[in-house]
Design a protein around this ligand. Structure first.
Ligand SMILES: NC(=O)c1ccc[n+]([C@@H]2O[C@H](COP(=O)([O-])OP(=O)(O)OC[C@H]3O[C@@H](n4cnc5c(N)ncnc54)[C@H](O)[C@@H]3O)[C@@H](O)[C@H]2O)c1
Length: 324
C-alpha cells in the first residue's frame, strides 16, 4: 500500500462503504461526519459490511473481525485529518459544502491528497479557493464502493500530475479499476451516460409508453445483461455480425435518426415525470415486499454473483479481485 493513513469525511451511503474498503485493505481509517449519529452508526455499518464480505468469501473471516480495529471515529474534523496521507470527502453534493470542507482541511493538513467522491461536480470549482489546489482531485466511486471496482479520477485545472499518479496507484493498490477522465466535464463519463439513459426512461414513463416496472425489466433482461460483460461499443460491434460495427452503423443510422428525432431533450427533470416515477417505484413489488435494508442486501448478494461472472469472462481484471 502506498498510503496507510486515510481520513473519511462524511460517512453516509458512500463514505461508510469507502471506509470499509480502506479498513479491510489494512489502512488506518479515521472518520468524521457532521452528523454525530451517522458517524456513531458507521461502525455498526462497517462491521456488517466487512462480515458480509467474509460471508461471500471475498475476504478472510479474520480480516473482517480485525477491520473495525482499524477505524477511529472522531467528532473533531481537525483530529480526523491531522495524520492522514489521503482524505476521501463524501459529503453532500454541493459546491458550497465541499469548498468549505476543503478549506477547513487546508488549515490542519497541508500534505494529504484530498479526493472528492462527487458524482459530477467540477474539481476546478471545488479547488478554486484551496491553499494547495494541486493536491485536490475527484475520485468518483460507484455505489457501493466496497463492491464496484470502477473509480473515475477527474483532475481539476490545477491538479498536479503527481496527485493524479499517486491517487491512481493507491486505487490500484485497493484493487479498484481507475479510469482517468481526460477532460473535466460535469457528470464525468458514467453519470453522463446514466443521465442520458434515465432522461429517456423518464420520458417513456411520462408519455405513457411503458410502466416503471417494464422499463426496469427491459434494461435487466436486455441491454443490462450484456453491459455486465461488455460496453456499448463492443456490444454494437457484435450486433453488426461479421461486418462488425461498421456494418451496424451503416444499417441502423437512418432508423436511429428517427428515434433521436422523436426523443425528448429536457434540460431538467420535469416535476410531473418525477412524481410519476416516484409513485410507481413505491408500488414496485420489490419495494413493497422488502425493507430498504433487505433490498440493499439482496442487491449486494446479486452483485457479487455478477462480479464473479465478470471475473470469469476476464480473469485478470475480474471485479471480485478487488478483495482477492
Ligand atoms: N449515493 C450514490 O449512489 C453515490 C455514488 C457515487 C458518488 N456519490 C457522491 O458521494 C457523496 C456522498 O453521497 P452519499 O450518497 O453518501 O450522501 P449521504 O447523504 O448518504 O451522506 C453524506 C454525509 O455527509 C455528511 N456531511 C454533510 N456535510 C458535512 C460536512 N461539512 N462535514 C462532514 N460531514 C458532512 C452528512 O451528515 C451525511 O452523513 C456525494 O458527493 C455524492 O454525489 C454518491
Amino acid at each position: 500500500m502506498i498510503i496507510n493513513n486515510v481520513a473519511c469525511i462524511g460517512v453516509g451511503t458512500i463514505g461508510h462503504s469507502w471506509a470499509t474498503l480502506f479498513a479491510v485493505k489494512g489502512c488506518n481509517v479515521s472518520i468524521y461526519d457532521v452528523n454525530i449519529e451517522v458517524s456513531q452508526n458507521s461502525l455498526k455499518n462497517i462491521k456488517a459490511s466487512a462480515a458480509f464480505l467474509a460471508e461471500m468469501g471475498l475476504i478472510e473471516r479474520k480480516v473482517a473481525e480485525t477491520a473495525p480495529d482499524k477505524i477511529r471515529i472522531t467528532e473533531d474534523l481537525s483530529e480526523c485529518v491531522a495524520k492522514a496521507d489521503y482524505i476521501q470527502e463524501s459529503t453532500f453534493e454541493s459546491y458550497d459544502v465541499k469548498q468549505k470542507v476543503f478549506l477547513e482541511i487546508d488549515r490542519i493538513n497541508s500534505d494529504a491528497i484530498i479526493a472528492s467522491s462527487t458524482s459530477g461536480l467540477l474539481m476546478s470549482k471545488i479547488q478554486k479557493n484551496a491553499a494547495k489546489p494541486e493536491r485536490c482531485i475527484v475520485a468518483h466511486p460507484w455505489n457501493p464502493p466496497l463492491l464496484l471496482r470502477l473509480v473515475e479520477l477527474v483532475p481539476g485545472e490545477t491538479t498536479s500530475q503527481q496527485t493524479i499518479r499517486k491517487t491512481y496507484e493507491f486505487m490500484k493498490d485497493l484493487g479498484k479499476i481507475p479510469v482517468i477522465v481526460k477532460r473535466e466535464i460535469p457528470g464525468f463519463i458514467g453519470n453522463r451516460l446514466q443521465a442520458a439513459l434515465w432522461r429517456e426512461a423518464l420520458s417513456i414513463i411520462e408519455n405513457g409508453i411503458a410502466t416503471v416496472e417494464d422499463v426496469d425489466r427491459v434494461i435487466c433482461a436486455g441491454p443490462g445483461a450484456r453491459w455486465a460483460i461488455m460496453g456499448p461499443f463492443l456490444t454494437f460491434h457484435l450486433g453488426g455480425g461479421p461486418g462488425g460495427i461498421e456494418y451496424l452503423i451503416d444499417n441502423i443510422q437512418q432508423s436511429m435518426s428517427e428515434w433521436y428525432n422523436s426523443m425528448d431533450d429536457w434540460k431538467s427533470i420535469p416535476y410531473h415525470a418525477a412524481r410519476k416515477a416516484i409513485e410507481e417505484v413505491k408500488q414496485l413489488p420489490k419495494t413493497k415486499e422488502k425493507t430498504f435494508k433487505e433490498l440493499t442486501e439482496w442487491r449486494d448478494k446479486k452483485l457479487v454473483k455478477v462480479l464473479r461472472i465478470q471475473e470469469d469472462s476476464n480473469h485478470e481484471d475480474g471485479p471480485v479481485a478487488q478483495h482477492g
